[in-house]
Design a protein around this ligand. Structure first.
Ligand code: MN
Length: 512
């Protein structure tokens, strides 16, 4: 069916990771990520679940038509209405795939669907046949495969391949598998299902026990040739197998796995940052491959070793994943030309007008902090490209704090044509600011999470604040970046309020 050593990378950041609470993306943001996934050179992009919402439908349709390179996939339950909706979203697309699924473990069949084996098998076959009427490439997933009776699993796989499925995905939906057992499950499918060679066997692992990546690698070692993963390991609950870890493990330990992907690893860092920025979920500093400390050596012995010969303590080089070895630093004296050059190297393309805008912001920031690093530029350009509802706009912020002072804050916020000003006090300047914003907006929101980190180094570093707010069961994240952390905190809070406002509006005016 395929080169025996070639692993297909199926990215589900836009589908599985997008289900992370508060991480929902607009269609425009999904397109931006999809274009970057194409630069990363993933084989398949799972762009969404078309029946689930009109936004998902539109995202799948536009990505399938506008993004060149990867195959584009839409998810559908094993139901006619789901598959037809996916087929409609992918109609006339150059390279489409429908991914359909049904639960096959006793727990799912009895507990959730109240159906017997025979019915489930029939539904799976009918779903694949229907999907096949829309496109050649059809993927079928027996959901909760890791907890499915292996003999029934083999029957379902054989029947769905016979019905035309070109990829069979074995999901460990609940993150229950352990590596050796999961690898054996894959080897047994390849040995025991007579027509298994007519399809590519894929895996989709979750990280509930911290084994998503290692289960994926074990499956690949045992003959699976498609890995479903997400950037930064984001996804339902504890997340999915992380794309960057699977890809770099295969690459770094090619001696052991003997497998290749077509991924352009130099795009890993840029993709990771874009996903983190648009989903509003910070990458933990100790995260493998893409964390801020992934290539930082702090022990004296290690530093000494790396300076003498990199491979003493480094199994990968930072530049392999797109981290610049020598950072180019721009200052207020750098002209438009230098700025444009660096911005383009970072993967952005700007119109003349956008460049002018970026240059203005660059000078403003260079005034405050003198040296401008790549991370700063990504903020300058990425921030201006961010699509945001601006129901609330922060116009003025003044805080008073200090030892022996009651921290207080005054904010002025534009709400449409109206401008409202309020003051409040709190435990600190951020708390006081949030209290003042709540007074202005009369928002009854809960602050679920507040994180602050320095984007760049030094005391004049840009501070990045991410907040997670909930209101009436809706959940939204907001992000703010500034050299002033109180201002960044206020911006993040307002951004999350704007998202909540957008979600409320969407629910109040459903489109057909
Ligand atoms: Mn999943």
């Amino acid at each position: 069916m395929t080169d025996s050593n070639r692993v297909h990378i199926f990215d589900t950041t836009l589908r599985d990771a997008e289900q992370t609470p508060g991480a929902s993306l607009t269609v425009k943001e999904k397109l931006e990520i999809a274009h970057q996934l194409a630069r990363l050179n993933v084989d398949i992009i799972e762009a969404g679940f078309p029946l689930s919402s009109n936004e998902d439908f539109e995202a799948v349709r536009r990505i399938a038509h506008e993004v060149e390179g990867p195959m584009v996939c839409g998810l559908a339950r094993a139901l006619a209405k789901d598959i037809e909706r996916a087929g409609e979203a992918l109609k006339d697309a150059p390279n489409p795939r429908i991914h359909t699924f049904i639960g096959t473990s006793e727990i799912h069949m009895q507990g959730q669907m109240r159906k017997g084996r025979e019915d489930v098998l029939k539904m799976a076959v009918r779903a694949v046949e229907l999907a096949k009427s829309f496109c050649d490439s059809v993927e079928f997933s027996p959901m909760d495969a890791a907890r499915t009776d292996p003999s029934f699993l083999h029957d379902v796989i054989e029947a769905t391949i016979a019905a035309g499925a070109t990829t069979i995905n074995i999901p460990d939906t609940v993150g229950y598998a352990v590596p050796e057992q999961f690898g054996t499950l894959i080897a047994d499918i390849l040995d025991g299902v007579p027509n298994s060679k007519d399809a590519i066997i894929s895996v989709h692992c979750h990280d509930d026990l911290g084994m998503a990546v290692v289960n994926t690698l074990s499956a690949l070692k045992n003959g699976a040739r498609q890995a479903e993963c997400t950037l930064n390991g984001l996804g339902e609950r504890a997340g999915n197998a992380s794309l960057e870890e699977v890809v770099m493990a295969l690459r770094t330990r090619r001696d052991y796995f003997g497998l290749d992907t077509e991924i352009d690893a130099h795009e890993i860092i840029a993709t990771s940052r874009l996903v983190s920025r648009l989903m509003g979920i910070a990458v933990p500093p100790n995260k493998a491959i893409v964390g801020a400390n992934a290539f930082a050596h702090s022990s004296g012995i290690h530093q000494d070793g790396v300076l003498k010969a990199r491979n003493t303590f480094e199994i990968m080089e930072p530049k392999d994943v797109g981290l610049e070895d020598t950072e180019i630093v721009l200052t207020a004296r750098s002209g438009r030309h230098a700025l444009r050059h660096r911005i383009e190297e970072l993967g952005f393309s700007l119109s003349a007008e956008e460049l002018e805008d970026a240059y203005g912001r660059f000078l403003e920031l260079a005034d405050k902090k003198k040296e401008i690093f790549d991370e700063d530029l990504i903020e300058i350009v990425g921030g201006q490209q961010r699509e945001e509802t601006t129901h609330y706009t922060l116009e003025y912020l003044h805080t008073v704090s200090g030892t022996g002072t009651v921290p207080s804050s005054t904010v002025r916020i534009a709400i449409g044509d109206e401008v409202v000003q309020e003051s409040a006090w709190g435990d600190g300047p951020v708390d006081a600011t949030y209290a003042a914003i709540r007074k202005v907006t009369s928002a009854d929101v809960l602050l679920e999470d507040f994180t602050i980190r320095a984007v760049t180094s030094g005391s004049q570093a840009l501070g990045e604040v991410t907040v997670h707010l909930t209101e009436d069961g809706r959940s939204a994240r907001g992000r703010g970046v500034s050299t002033d952390v109180v201002e960044a905190s206020a911006e993040a809070y307002i951004a999350a309020l704007n998202r909540l406002f957008e979600l409320t509006e969407r629910d109040a005016h459903p489109t057909v």
